[in-house]
Write a protein that binds this ligand. Structure first.
Ligand code: FES
Ligand SMILES: [Fe+2]
Length: 414
């Protein structure tokens, strides 16, 4: 049984998605309820957040053995830690005694001792000790370790997977790799992040806005005129096995920048070609990472649903390491930030009002411009996973002696 109830209820929703996966010239937008419904988010927790790779943050946050940080993604508190051998581990932060979160924030430790009753866990999650449990019958410490999660690294980002046996992420991002390779992001620097809490729109509205070239020099008229909507390109054909949806946004001049000068402020990444210095890229690695590039910086949003119509977004910039050598770095960072805030405020106004519109009885299933090809690709990514989860669930509930549930259509994933 899925979070949407019986397969009989899932099927109409799945069927209705078909029209959103067609060619951009024919497709219509997703049904409004996928952005507003509590049941759909519960379904997505099973279908997406429990199965897909979730970006936890930058590996550079934990350079030394024992360094750790926590992050809560869709109600799952998670620890990311560098162990004594230098490997990165991820595990649930939920104590296997009575569910307290064993640690919160960030720090450096040799073990994780739960503050409540002092059960003590190793950096790989094994339960090392539990006081006053000697009278507890059949208590086997080895059965009460913190649940381990899958870990993969890509471009200096740590991804975790609630399914420790999930297939690795990086091989599914190779369509985008050539577009970001010259940034050497694994060796670049992220000076810190800031988090905007409980923003009033669905996580998919956030993803769509991030990858929406159609609004570039319209909503952001004047501030983004150097990167106009008509220079949006989708340089790689959609591949149904891909986990990255991306586009490029061409500039009217080299070394453009998302600030009032329309020019780069920080050092341009030195390996970039002239072509790369004359465009941005915008990439989604759903359901958590939005990553963009400009000649002097990359920028990322870590999107975390807190409800069907609310999200937290952790935002960070990534610069070439030489940026930190500039005595004016802090001043330039402020300039960068002020520039980005202009976009953020305009985008926030739009996404707030989109979410409001999606609750209306007049919410449309609208049509797309060619400049919105990304949305159709995102719809295909999403629909494939919705269908897969519904099919898996139907299979597992199809037990002998009960009425067979409606078969979930394989449909057209293209
Ligand atoms: S809840 Fe963690 S030790 Fe009791
Ligand atoms: Fe925008």
């Amino acid at each position: 049984m899925t979070a949407l109830g019986s397969p009989f209820l899932v099927q109409p929703l799945l069927d209705s998605l078909e029209a959103s996966t067609q060619d951009v010239s024919s497709a219509i937008t997703l049904p409004p309820e996928v952005y507003t419904s509590t049941e759909v988010l519960a379904f997505e927790r099973e279908a997406l957040f429990a199965k897909e790779w979730l970006c936890a943050g930058r590996a550079e946050r934990i350079p030394n053995p024992g360094d750790w940080f926590t992050v809560t993604i869709c109600d799952e508190p998670i620890i990311v830690v560098r162990d004594k051998t230098g490997d990165i581990n991820a595990m649930s932060a939920v104590c296997q005694h009575r569910a307290m979160q064993v640690c919160d924030g960030s720090g450096n430790s040799s073990t994780f001792k739960c503050p409540y009753h002092h059960w003590n866990y190793a950096l790989d999650g094994r339960l090392l000790g539990a006081p006053a449990m000697e009278r507890t019958v059949d208590f086997d410490r080895s059965e009460y370790g913190l649940p381990r999660l899958g870990v993969d690294l890509w471009q200096g980002f740590v991804f975790v997977n609630l399914d420790p046996d999930a297939a690795p992420l990086a091989p599914t991002l190779t369509d985008y790799d050539p577009f970001i390779a010259n940034y050497d992001l694994a060796d670049a620097v992220c000076p810190g992040t800031f988090t905007l809490s409980n923003l009033p729109w669905n996580w998919k509205v956030m993803f769509e806005n991030f990858n929406d070239g159609y609004h570039a020099n319209r909503l952001h008229q004047y501030v983004q005129d150097f990167c106009p909507s008509n220079l949006s390109e989708f340089p790689v054909e959609w591949n149904d096995d891909s986990n990255v949806v991306f586009r490029t946004g061409g500039y009217t001049h080299i070394d453009g920048g998302f600030n009032a000068t329309h020019h780069s402020i920080m050092p341009v990444f030195p390996k970039l070609t002239d072509e790369e210095r004359t465009r941005s890229t915008f990439a989604l690695v759903p359901p958590t990472l939005c990553l963009g590039s400009a000649p002097d910086q990359c920028f990322f949003f870590l999107v975390r649903p807190t409800g069907p119509e609310t999200i937290d977004v952790e935002i960070g910039y990534i610069f070439h390491p030489s940026a930190l050598d500039d005595p004016l770095f802090e001043h330039k960072l402020k300039l960068t930030d002020v520039g980005v805030q202009v976009f953020v405020e305009q985008d926030q106004d739009a996404t707030t009002k989109v979410q409001r519109g999606l609750r209306s009885q007049f919410a449309p299933r609208g049509r797309y411009s060619w400049q919105e090809e990304s949305h159709v690709r995102f719809n295909r990514w999403l629909t494939k996973r919705y269908r897969q989860h519904a099919a898996d669930t139907a299979e597992s509930t199809d037990t002998p002696g009960t009425a067979a549930p409606v078969a979930v259509s394989g449909g057209n994933d293209n």
